[in-house]
Design a protein around this ligand. Structure first.
Ligand code: NDP
Length: 250
């Protein structure tokens, strides 16, 4: 029997981009369900420290690691630091991403390279590094996007492309790691109230209008799906993409 309040008791999780937004909500939810959590950030040292304090107040261990996901060596070092500090890794959440949007003619190689490095190469590199530590029951969960398969506004091509790549990665790794009892899944959030996409932003009403529920999500609603996939309740889910999008794709 799984204790539903402590489904992740004894687990070690690493969340990339856990200082703010969805990543912070995921880090907190995994800790609430019993996991010890390491989180990475790029710039927000204070906010990362705040999430660490919050997790420790829950009685769990926590660690914040400054690591730019665009730098493979830094990301791999963060995975190793997590395993070294906590003894192993059970759950990797690939969350960090950049949202660089604009007209086709306005996106230069700097924006293209940054998007490919953070949104695609980093999840792949982190998965590679974490897979060396994951055992039976291990989890790789990536955060995709509602616009991976439905680019509703002009200007989303680069970002959408980067999120669609995660579908291929998820399916490929599910096949590759399945024989080791490791599951690999993707969560596609809909519009979610974060710094990157505030629910009171200038285009928010139009964006919310694309959902069936007519509203933004809060990070905690995305985190609930991630926690489910991380738990033993989801032992038989792999290679899947779950929309937590308020019906955006309906
Ligand atoms: P935010 O911009 O609010 O937060 C981004 C987080 O990622 C921060 O913790 C940030 O760290 C970290 N981060 C960004 N770049 C790097 C980097 N190069 N290296 C390390 N950490 C980095 O984003 P959201 O919470 O909105 O988005 C989280 C995920 O959800 C992303 O994958 C996004 O694509 C996806 N998503 C979001 C939606 C939304 O409406 N919000 C909708 C669909 C998908 P720091 O604080 O140090 O900058």
């Amino acid at each position: 029997m799984i204790d539903v309040m402590n489904r992740l008791e004894g687990n070690i999780a690493l969340v990339t981009g856990g200082s703010r937004g969805i990543g912070a909500a995921v880090a907190l939810r995994l800790a609430e369900e019993g996991a010890d959590v390491a989180l990475t950030y790029e710039n927000s040292a204070e906010r990362a420290a705040g999430i660490v304090e919050h997790i420790k107040a829950l009685g769990r261990r926590a660690l914040a690691i400054q690591a730019d996901c665009a730098v493979p060596e830094a990301l791999t070092a963060a995975v190793e630091e997590t395993a070294g500090t906590f003894g192993r890794i059970d759950v990797l959440v690939n969350n960090a991403a950049v949202f660089l949007v604009g007209a086709l003619e306005d996106l230069g190689t700097a924006e293209i390279d940054r998007t490919l490095a953070v949104n695609i190469r980093a999840p792949f590199v982190a998965s590679q590094a974490a897979a060396r530590h994951l055992g039976q029951g291990g989890r790789i969960i990536s955060i995709g996007s509602n616009v991976a398969e439905r680019a509703v506004f002009p200007g989303l091509a680069l970002y959408s492309m980067s999120k669609t790549a995660l579908i291929g990665m998820t399916k490929g790794l599910a096949r590759e790691l399945g024989p080791r009892g490791i599951t690999v899944n993707l969560v596609h959030p809909g519009p979610t109230n974060t710094d990157a996409n505030p629910a009171d932003g200038p285009n928010a009403a139009a964006i919310a209008g694309f959902t069936a529920l007519g509203r933004y999500a809060e990070g905690a609603e995305i985190a609930a799906a991630v926690a489910h996939l991380a738990s033993a309740d989801a032992d038989y889910i792999t290679g899947a993409a779950i929309n937590v999008d308020g019906g955006f794709a309906a």
